[in-house]
Design a protein around this ligand. Structure first.
Ligand code: SAM
Length: 271
């Protein structure tokens, strides 16, 4: 494999799915940018990259807006964090259309924040809160008609010598795919839809191969953005550079040494 091949794999995938990456300015996103009307009642979880939460919220909101024949009944949100994205969706739906949401997270504080946020918006009766590892939860999951699995999982490659607590919300294991691969290889029934976010640091060649083998891509979007809070931490620099040299990840380095990754959202249908 050449050094360029992670980038090549990504751009081939974008081209095959009619996706043109656009530039996204990821600084200074606040809860107000996600849910303006209720921002003062809401809080974020330990995951503080709200730009990522905003892109996930928009991906989900657009997906639900396309559901004109009301096929979606329940969203199973793996790694729900603060639940701001699914709250945004339910606030935008008329009362009879509000969706059931299962909020799954391994962080007890995130589940508590989810509960408080849904309660503050009078939505907690639509939600179920599951404090569990998403991989364990998936093992016992039965998909029913109208269920959609949605996830903005931890998708960054993280090595052992980092502050485990700080990186817990984004730690996707050594190559960033510890949660994504089990989700993509889960034996969901044919036709199950999966809304998923990942990025050019999450071993894109592996993810693209799994998507192409198991799913039809219904929608693909990509955003070129500067490194953020987690990716800019000094402890990540050499590790990411090593992965770049091994063509396991892709990011660009601009003239002013600013590093940029591609963040990706997709809607998939199990083949
Ligand atoms: C990238 S954050 C996204 C949070 C939220 N979905 C959002 O978009 O703001 C990933 C979330 O997954 C949770 N998480 C990490 N590993 C997990 C695991 N193995 N099982 C369940 N949740 C996990 C973290 O606690 C965190 O809340």
């Amino acid at each position: 494999m050449t050094k360029e091949s992670a980038k090549q794999a990504l751009y081939d995938f974008f081209k095959a799915n009619h996706c043109q990456p656009v530039v996204f300015k990821n600084d200074r996103v606040t809860i107000r940018d996600i849910i303006p009307a209720h921002a003062n009642k809401l809080q974020s979880s330990r995951f503080i990259a709200l730009d990522d939460t905003l892109l996930y919220a928009n991906l989900l909101a657009n997906f639900v807006k396309q559901d004109t024949d009301n096929r979606i009944r329940k969203l199973i949100d793996l790694g729900a964090g603060s639940s701001l994205p699914t709250i945004k969706i339910n606030l935008e739906l008329d009362k009879p259309r509000k969706l059931r949401v299962v909020c799954v997270d391994s962080d007890k504080d995130a589940i508590e924040t989810s509960y408080k946020n849904t309660k503050a918006c009078d939505l907690s009766s639509h939600c179920e809160f599951v404090h569990n590892d998403m991989l364990l939860y998936l093992k016992g999951l039965t998909i029913r008609e109208g269920d959609v699995v949605v996830s903005n999982p931890p998708y960054l490659p993280v090595h052992d010598n980092v502050d485990k607590n700080l990186f817990a919300p984004v730690n996707g294991g050594k190559n960033g795919t510890a949660c994504i691969v089990p989700v993509l290889t889960q034996s969901f029934p044919k036709g199950t839809r999966l809304v998923l976010r990942w990025c050019s640091l999450s071993n894109p060649k592996k993810i693209i191969k799994l998507i192409n083998e198991n799913y039809k891509v219904l929608h693909l979007e990509a955003f070129i953005e500067g490194f953020g809070f987690y990716t800019s931490q000094g402890c990540m620099k050499d590790y990411l550079k090593g992965l770049l040299d091994d063509a396991m990840v892709y990011y660009s380095v601009e003239g002013n040494n600013q590093r940029k990754l591609i963040s990706i959202g997709c809607v998939l249908e199990k083949s």
